[in-house]
Design a protein around this ligand. Structure first.
Ligand SMILES: *[C@@H]1O[C@H](CO)[C@@H](O)[C@H](O)[C@H]1NC(C)=O
Length: 255
């Protein structure tokens, strides 16, 4: 009898661990959690989000954006997309909303702090949205999904604190798909000498004394299953790059 009981306990424990770990074993399953919303009166996100996206981080995806807690992943999670739906069938839409992570934070055991617009967007109608907003924090389910930016290529936005030719900082906009950008190389385009850049914080990549002349920014895309691919841009950044400007890479990643 004892060995059987032991086995049953083990089996139950194993099933429980499977459920906990289902983001790895079942990437398409929804995971239970909680979500709050930004306490500001603004419908959209925040311009000072920890991803370093600036205004883009408040308004991208129509303002359906979110701060993430664990899913921020030291900045790797910046720009990733999640389908988030609240679970109260009386108020909530089955499809929920798709949000882009542009900030870091948590509030009372939440995985997401949604923009007010995204939070209300989980509701079936305006009245239900008002009821959800009044609750403040709701039970949700979420899963990673592809980001979708129709007619956009991956774009480099030169940070305003950059100073040509001494200091280059930039963020990467409009990354589609479900992969993570886990490393970035800066290459000069004469001899293709490259150097790995530092993630200074969030989605912000920096280097002091960048090479002169046109620059190629290569990105390492990493998948959940461990697949990694270097993506080489079609377009270079011109040598006379300017703080605040954006440059189209000419490539997009859809997986
Ligand atoms: C994206 O890049 C492609 C190929 O480099 C280019 O032909 C296209 O015009 C770009 N799309 C946009 C919206 O800029």
């Amino acid at each position: 009898m004892a060995p059987l009981r032991c086995f049953l306990i083990f089996a139950v424990h194993f099933l429980f661990m499977q459920t906990l770990g289902n983001s790895e074993t079942c990437p398409d399953c929804f995971i239970h959690s909680r979500a709050a919303y930004y306490p500001n009166s603004d419908e959209k996100g925040t311009e000072v989000g920890e991803c370093g996206f600036g205004t883009f981080g408040a308004t991208i995806n129509g303002g359906d954006v979110s701060a993430a807690s664990e899913l921020y992943r030291g900045g790797v999670g910046c720009g990733s997309c999640y389908q988030v739906r609240c679970t109260n069938s009386y108020y909530c839409l089955d499809k929920g909303v798709t949000v882009v992570i542009t900030d870091h934070g948590s509030s009372d055991n939440t995985d997401f702090i949604l923009s007010r617009r995204a939070f209300g967007g989980m509701a079936q109608n305006t009245d239900a949205a008002a009821s959800l907003l009044a609750l403040g924090i709701v039970d949700i389910e979420y899963k990673r999904v592809s980001c979708s930016y129709p007619n956009k290529n991956i774009t480099f936005k030169i940070d305003e604190h950059s100073n040509n030719p001494y200091y280059l900082a930039f963020v990467i906009w409009y990354q589609q798909g479900k992969m993570d950008i886990t490393a970035v190389q800066l290459c000069e385009t004469q001899n293709f000498v490259c150097k790995l850049l530092d993630r200074s914080y969030g989605a912000v990549w920096t280097t002091t004394s960048p090479p002169s002349g046109p620059l190629a920014i290569r990105m390492l895309f990493s998948a959940n299953d461990g697949d990694e691919t270097w993506v080489v841009p079609v377009n270079n950044i011109p040598g006379n790059w300017k703080p605040g400007d954006t440059y189209d890479s000419g490539v997009q990643v859809n997986v």
